[in-house]
Design a protein around this ligand. Sequence first.
Ligand SMILES: C[S@@+](CC[C@H](N)C(=O)[O-])C[C@H]1O[C@@H](n2cnc3c(N)ncnc32)[C@H](O)[C@@H]1O
Length: 299
Amino acid sequence: MEKYNLICDIVNNDCVEVMDSTEYKFDLTYLDPPFNQNKNYNSHNDKMNPIEYWNWMEEVCKKIYDKTTSGGSIYFMQREKNVKEVFRVLEDTGWTFQNLIIWKKKSSAVPSNNKYGKHYQIIVFATKGRKPRVFNKLRIDPPLLVTEKHKRQNGMYVTDVWDDIRELTSGYFAGEEPIRLPTGERLHNQQSPIQLLLRIILSSSKPGDFIFDPFSGTATTNIVSRQLSRNSICVEKDHLYFQYCVKRLNEFRDVDKIDRFKDNYKYTKNLDDIWGSPTNIKEFTPSQYTLFEKKVNYK
Ligand SMILES: C[S@@+](CC[C@H](N)C(=O)[O-])C[C@H]1O[C@@H](n2cnc3c(N)ncnc32)[C@H](O)[C@@H]1O
């Protein structure tokens, strides 16, 4: 069985600066930037002039494109009202559109008096070149509707509507997964669920590939990548968030383990090959860019 020398890096810096200096090439990027909606991000100003904000997003997307391998993928998360800008930015920077994924929240909708309540976020999946180099057709087996009388034989393919992954951002629904401060408060209100990264990384990469996350937040991408035998480099500008990223990687919590979700994908062809295995890992190699305070040990 092939053995990997796995890289698992978290860098405390500005993502544009890191992209300008790194020699890594990316096979897959998860792009979950601040949405410019005046949220509290510790040090980031989330109330930029909209033109400035979208110019910044364009610069980020162009730099990712230049660093991406042929057929590599990007998943760009945004608010649904920004869909036009996301399409424009991706197209102008060379990306080829593949899917508009609707991530339907399992929690309650954001109400409105004048229009329908908001119940989803968009994730645009695009590739460098006409077709993805890797696309694993995952199968899941969501609960049947009451109107469906016959049990499925072998699940169903994942579509572009993801309604089986719960967000972490709503009050008591958040559970154990969110990183907490000593006071018990959430560290980061935009922490992505493990299950979301699991779906993206499993679908669009294979073991040994290189995953990039320019807006790391809480290192969710590192955490999932290394358990799937993928290399990863994540960048977080804020020092407090960065320190918690390092802690999360070093202290590997039970709630961050992905194996409990493997059964959800049991009908997927070649699941074991796609999933990768920690036994394939020779060692972690902190790269020349690493700013680790302590070397991360895989558990
Ligand atoms: C939406 S959050 C990402 C949350 C992440 N997906 C998670 O699972 O925790 C965006 C993050 O980008 C960081 N950020 C803002 N500007 C940045 C920059 N120029 N370079 C790197 N990180 C930045 C913010 O501090 C924030 O933590």
